[in-house]
Design a protein. Structure first.
Lengths: 161, 161, 161, 161, 161, 161, 161, 161, 161, 161
């Protein structure tokens, strides 16, 4: 029996062949990102980002992934190894999928408030999205479970010269 | 001596007169959002959002804000009270300010990873941006302080009918 | 004490002066659209649409509205009477306000399904948005009240010639 | 004789292979969404949405659909089952097809009126498009039949924190 | 009693002061474009286009218009006379007003068919929109009156060199 | 000898296979839309629109078209018959082809004039583009032949409720 | 040895197969547009436009082109002959290629000046881009050769009716 | 009697006050760009570009312009002199005015042909729009006068390093 | 004699009043950014960015600027001091001014090459535009002086977690 | 073992086949742009630009590249030789990849400052992006290495005529 990755929208069709292979192997094994992340020793969001071509696996990551998913490492190395660099950004904006749109809406509605408080707490600068970790946790709640999404990014003050 | 709110970009020019008055009173008093938030009994991000016209003050909030900032409550009530409802969303997208853009970039780069993990952890549905709290904390760090931005939103499963 | 209409976003700034006067009188009186609608003998959605300049009051509507809100009818007639026609459409799309966006999302997510079922039930044609009534009802529910939004539009078959 | 799904516009070309198979089987059998919906025990709009990849079939839904349309369930499970999640949103906006455009026009023309009445009836919050059912009914009328399109969505009040 | 021109949308706000004066005088007199057109000796569509700043009145047209509407000719001459040239095009596209949108939809739906038939009947070239007259007639019909909109434009064959 | 349909621009590439077959058979036979229209008993613009997937052939239309063009009816029925509905709208806007652009320019330049005259002649409502016929005639003229393009659409008054 | 046409950008991928064949034959022969133009008895810009599918070869042009380039005329006739009409416009705007962008910049920077002078010299009307010839000449100059690009288009006065 | 500059479209509203003064003085004097150009010793297109803020007058140009139009030089110097630099580009694109659009259409239709011939005649590089002169001439013709628009720009070869 | 800042394009109209005052004082004094920069002890590009509201003056910078330009410091402090934070980004994109466009073109043409070389030299990460200095130098050259524009930004490696 | 070029984003899919071959050969050999550049006698940025189809190899460059990478020169000549000219510009804007976006942000934030200083140092004109060299250097730094990106472009003064 073959398992394949389907989607009504563009993201998968923009992925390189190697990433599609990763998704297919994940589906075949029935593994979650959390299980793969534990095998690699990373967080599930980072691993999911790497599956979507938004982060770069180190050679040792590729080895653990290929082992866990039963893929040939040499082939992954050839496609996602030393000579490949992510071209980040996936799919059109504003996003149409409601999960993605709600994140976008967070920027629309709370962006200026976040910016104002960052300036008041840290001064003139930004929260880095490069030196930043992203996690998703499930918080159980009697009125309905909650998603706790956390960005932990370094503050970078503006250069003056 | 008068204090005024200036900005090179559009947000302030889109604000109603009542909100501009709030910002001017805040500047005059030299108060931070955190100080105002403590006076109101709310979080600073929520208060900043309300200053930017992205949330609605309850009558008792307006009373505390006007008291703290030395503004006439009746006038705020007339403009931001029972007959006013926020039209949320502020400024053009993609945002050009680097603080706002980094949040937007988070959606571009990590959006699909977050969506995938939400689905794996919760099933088919979304993280609400309506029943959601947003906080910004400062985490000190020897290599540079970090911004910890947290969204805590209810998971809403899709209706089937 | 003066009451005014404020908003963080564009709609009000695009309204002609006569409509702004209507909103101000409504706020001053503290009246809901439902109360005005009952005075005019129309549905609240239609009346709200007319306040936003999206529908045209008949002379007798203008008379009842001006009476109910204590406005001079002659002035409303001069501005919204025989020589005025609505230029429909208000504010940028996609809308940024979450209430409006959810309606837009309905088109994104359920549009093709609605189109397919309209074709199966009625044939090749459209649901008119001109000969169409729109209503909003509140349905109480133990797990949270529900909004029931109904469009009742004439089916128009395509001409063939 | 083979039956196929054709269209002048993009939606079908964005659908995953499994959904195209569903449409082809539907056309081969000459079944309407209403007939399929009765076999699945769901409403026709929800079933049409799922055919367009905008909703997720539960395993038991997939079983009933594959049985009714004479498709192999294992293959549908592999493609639309546990490891697949809808990426909602289909086709460009503003839509060019007149059926879809009239829905879009409803947002343009009546959006602000609906928003105002929702606020007056429920307070600051939104009508959920996640916990929402959508139905289309045919209402016969001597001057031309009418389409009755109803959205029944939970009201969600804004969090304050 | 003053009469003024109001509109919920942008066109009037883009008009030069002289054109706004024309609209105000027209409203004050309660005249239709047809009546003005008869006074000028032109078609009502052309006159309406000139009112919207989309065509240029000749000096004798300005004389007749100012006479008919009771405006001072010298002032119109100064603003719309020899030194003024129309910058044609008015308001954003796609248009949001349903009357304008239906014309736009005509291009979307029938554009390629019209192009194909023009080529078959005339060869490689275009129908001029410069040497073109536009008329609107009312055709009474028992099932509802009809609008007959006619464009009569010169065919221009492509140069070859 | 094979004949094929070529084009520098997108429209043909968006057409379903069945429509491409229609165009190829038309080119092979060297028939004009006028000749096909006479065989079908319809106007050439309607037939051209149907070839471009912008209108739906009735079963008897498909029979006459397939007979006239020497195509197998069963195959056309399967692709363009009962289970197919047009997704109208073809190609990007603003159109780049000069024939199409001139139609678009008609909306830009004369749209507001047409709207104003429709309102003055008919009241608040629109000219239907659904119950509308479109014709193109050739009018000979000593200074160059002219294209006469006519839209004859039902006036639809706005509902009030 | 095969010669092929390559390009980093979209234009070629939008060309119909027949035009790609023309470019390949041109590359194989190593001929310039000027040489082909001389063989056809036309200007090189017109010929290049026709290669890019922006103009229509007459039957005798196709005969001379096919002879000069060693292509089979029947095949060109079938694809670019009587049943084919150019869909003009090629590639996205604003153009990204610097040669094309500089032409676009000419419209941005000098467009209003050209328009003003055309009006002063000719009155209310346009310079036709249909009855217009376009030529490119090389003018040698000690400080660097110059490109002389000339548009010679008929002035078309606006109709009044 | 006062003379003023009017326009239905945006360009004038984007001009700085000094440029509006130039246009008003030009209208008051009833001078053409050609007459002003002769007084300044420049071409009329360059002078018109400078009036539209698309070029920079030298001090001696400003002196001649102010003398010819009867304006105070000191004031022009203060606003358009040493401390002012043009921000080139005027009005939205694609342009809606037909005169401007035809120039834009020239890029759409003939852009690739011009690029190809420039490369064949000059190699890899561009035609400068900075070191470029632009002229408009009137060519009389029995079938209708013609506009001859010429760009004479330096060829700039690409650097290689 | 008053000196004012004029521009044909939007940037100045988006600047807060305090920044316009800075530009006017600079023009009145006839000072270059280089001279102001020397007085402040910063680079001219940084000072120009701060004038355009793209950087934040420290209190001591404001003191030196106000002293050098003869402005009252208290007023600058009130508007650009502790309670003001830049909203960076100025004017629409793509930019229409040729100086700005050439920088934009650098991203279009050389962006991928720069990215590839940064990855090869530094690994997966970015060149910071926050911890980055920007300088412009004039390099004399017999064939024409050259602009040397240098960005010196910290390399930031991507976080992995 | 085969090596291939993969990417999550569009650039590679827009490249002509010859350029993909270059990237594959580079990956197979494990060569950096710097090594290839040394073999060709050019800078690595220029070579990378040429690999991305943004610059044109001279015949001798193609010979050295094919030799170094072990590719057949005849085939490269046929595809990238005399008859090929770059269509510059690659991928959509604004760019989504963070490396590219930071360059774009440089234009947004520092563009007007750079323009102002160029004018003050050189007068009215531009920095050429055609006669311009681009280099990337690594500068080691104890707090983190820095990227030094330099554009060295000829200043071009505006023509006046």
């Amino acid at each position: 029996m073959s398992a394949s990755v389907s989607s009504t929208s563009a993201p998968y069709s923009e992925l390189p062949a190697a990433n599609v292979k990763l998704f297919e192997a994940k589906a075949r094994k029935g593994a979650t990102f959390d299980e793969i992340a534990k095998a690699v020793g990373k967080d599930e969001i980072w691993v999911a980002a790497a599956f979507y071509g938004q982060a770069k696996f180190a050679p040792e990551d590729l080895q653990k992934v290929s082992e866990f998913l039963g893929l040939e490492q040499a082939s992954l190395d050839a496609e996602l190894g030393a000579h490949w660099w992510p071209n980040r950004g996936l799919g059109p904006m504003p996003p149409t999928d409601p999960v993605l749109y709600r994140l976008y809406e967070a920027v629309l509605v709370y962006g200026h408030a976040i910016k104002a408080v960052v300036h008041e707490k840290f001064g003139d600068g930004i929260m880095s999205m490069i030196d930043c970790t992203v996690t998703v946790a499930k918080k159980e709640h009697p009125k309905g479970d909650r998603v706790v999404l956390t960005f932990d990014g370094k503050f970078l003050p503006y250069a003056k010269w």
